[in-house]
Design a protein around this ligand. Structure first.
Ligand SMILES: *Cc1c(COP(=O)(O)O)cnc(C)c1O
Length: 517
């Protein structure tokens, strides 16, 4: 099968030097069908007693055909998921250069502590008096987050960066409403280089999104920003270091200008890992900032699963923080759960992601303040090493050193017939997950590389050698190596546009499931 760009999607097709194996396996990596296509109805991993005959109370609503679940034994289930898991690339397998995502090592110590039964087996409805240790842990984490950011308050409950953005913007809206300016403050300024979640959050909160252009050197255009300020500006949402991997030099002036018209400064803290222990966002005039524990503090990203995005708040916004919050009492800590003061409400049913709190605190305490600052410096050093070692064969998007990620554009691919997408696919053949592509939008054909501090020098050198070889091959006219890539992945070039625009979310059996008797 070919996708719309004429690239093969099935394994084997067009791959040079490949033999067809009997079952489609490749060495010890097995081809795997969908779970619905394996197993049979009636098979199960456990023996259940026959259902006793009871009078139906469903009033004619009882199911009258099979439920359509796949029937598999336990070993079949285990093999299915283990085989699929071998197709996943993971930070535990190799360098994962996805820029902005901060794919760093998840220390095993964090995992060990998160699995302690006293923490892992907590129930969110357990009476407070029985979980005072957990509350103290949350209080300690809150303390570290406040000290590291130089901010007076923190909401722990948001469950991702984007959820934290929502929390911060809801606090900002509540603050304007409290001043009687809710109807007036309708506009939120968002730099063009922002992560898509920023304008999405502002729009979701009912604000009008007003983009702020970038300068030639990849930073917010201060003059353009000032020209956009007015009494209807509710806030600016700014990332620092920004998504081009650059520190916003004018940040103090930006904060002052926004405050000058009565707006608030939301900082997207996804890149806090570049400055933690070295710069306190509170000193930069920030009013609210989310912290992606799964980026800066090494908790696992999960499959879109258990993220955690605490939000630190300034004195101006702290009164509007969502419930619950931890307060220190004479005897220790307690959780404020009931409606209180000007709080705008809740972000989540309970208190947030306990497992991630444990991991993040373990990371902070095992590093210490000096270790966290060292990690930030090492992340910046690793990114600059990559930028310096690749700049003669690839084109760095901006001049000068970067922060924690190196940004290249596609000028070096001009007239080669190879695109950023092709280049990324060729990286898969070489054993690397591609870097972030086509983001930030302010750079043409962007390639955003974030090595993080957890890569060794040898690992960085191996990656650099591959990237250099690919850049050289593209310029030497080896087009098919790129446009045909990936050659060695279990699937070839998929039609990603169709997958996003016309997702097929329902599996239809080839042979219709037989109606139950
Ligand atoms: C990752 C990221 C986000 C969103 O964080 P999630 O935890 O994925 O919701 C927002 N902004 C930037 C710059 C990011 O890198």
């Amino acid at each position: 099968m070919m996708n719309r760009q004429g690239r093969p999607t099935a394994p084997g097709e067009g791959a040079a030097g490949r033999i067809e194996t009997v079952l489609g396996h490749r060495g010890l990596d097995h081809e795997e069908a969908l779970i619905f296509e394996i197993g049979q109805g009636g098979r199960s991993g456990v023996d259940l007693p026959d259902v006793p005959a009871v009078e139906s109370r469903l009033g004619g609503l009882a199911r009258n055909d099979t439920i359509g679940l796949p029937g598999l034994s336990e070993p079949q289930v285990v093999r299915h998921y283990v085989r699929l898991s071998r197709r996943n690339y993971a930070i535990d397998m190799g360098l994962y250069p996805l820029g902005s995502c901060t794919m760093k090592h998840n220390p095993r110590l964090n995992e060990k502590l998160a699995r302690l039964p006293g923490l892992a087996d907590l129930h969110p409805l357990a009476p407070l008096s029985t979980v005072s240790g957990a509350i103290e842990l949350m209080g300690t984490l809150a303390h570290w987050l406040k000290v590291l950011t130089g901010m007076p308050a923190v909401a722990l409950s948001p469950k991702a960066g984007a959820h934290g953005e929502l929390c911060g913007m809801m606090a900002i809206r509540a603050a304007h409403v409290a001043k009687g300016e809710g109807a007036l403050r309708t506009r939120v300024l968002v730099p063009e280089s922002a992560h898509g979640t920023n304008p999405a959050t502002a729009a979701y909160c009912g604000f009008k999104v007003d983009p702020v252009p970038a300068t030639e050197d990849g930073r917010v255009d201060l003059a353009a920003l000032k020209a956009k300020l007015g009494p209807d500006v509710a806030a600016i949402m700014l990332t620092n270091p920004n998504t081009c991997g650059l520190f916003e030099r004018d940040i103090l002036e930006i904060a002052e200008a926004v405050h000058g018209v009565g707006g608030y400064f939301y900082c997207d803290g996804a890149n806090f890992n570049a400055i933690v222990g070295r710069v306190r966002p509170g000193d930069l005039g920030v009013d609210a900032m989310h912290i992606n524990l799964h980026k800066t503090f090494s908790t696992p990203h999960g499959g879109g699963g258990p993220g955690s995005g605490p939000v630190v708040l300034s004195d101006a916004l702290a009164p509007f923080a969502p419930l619950p919050w931890v307060v220190e009492t004479d005897g220790g800590y307690t959780l404020v759960e009931a409606e209180a003061g000007e709080s705008f409400g809740r972000m989540a049913a309970f208190h947030g992601q306990m497992g991630m709190f444990v991991r993040a605190l373990a990371y902070m305490m095992s590093h210490g303040a000096d270790g966290l600052a060292q990690a930030a410096s090492d992340a910046v050093l690793a990114a600059n090493y990559i930028q310096a070692k690749l700049s003669d064969v690839m084109t760095a998007a901006f001049e000068g050193p970067c922060m924690h990620e190196a940004l290249f554009d596609d000028r070096f691919l001009k007239d080669t017939g190879v695109t950023t997408l092709d280049f990324a696919k060729a990286m898969i053949d070489e054993g690397y997950h591609p870097m972030t592509m086509y983001f930030p939008l302010v750079v043409h054909g962007a390639m955003l590389i974030e090595p993080t501090e957890s890569e060794s020098r040898e690992s960085l050198d191996a990656f650099i050698a591959v990237m250099r070889a690919l850049a050289t091959a593209a310029k030497a006219g080896e087009v098919e190596r790129f446009t045909g890539a990936p050659h060695y992945a279990p699937r070839r070039r998929l039609d990603e546009t169709a997958a996003a625009r016309k997702p097929v979310l329902r599996w239809t059996p080839a042979v219709p499931v037989q109606a139950a008797e």
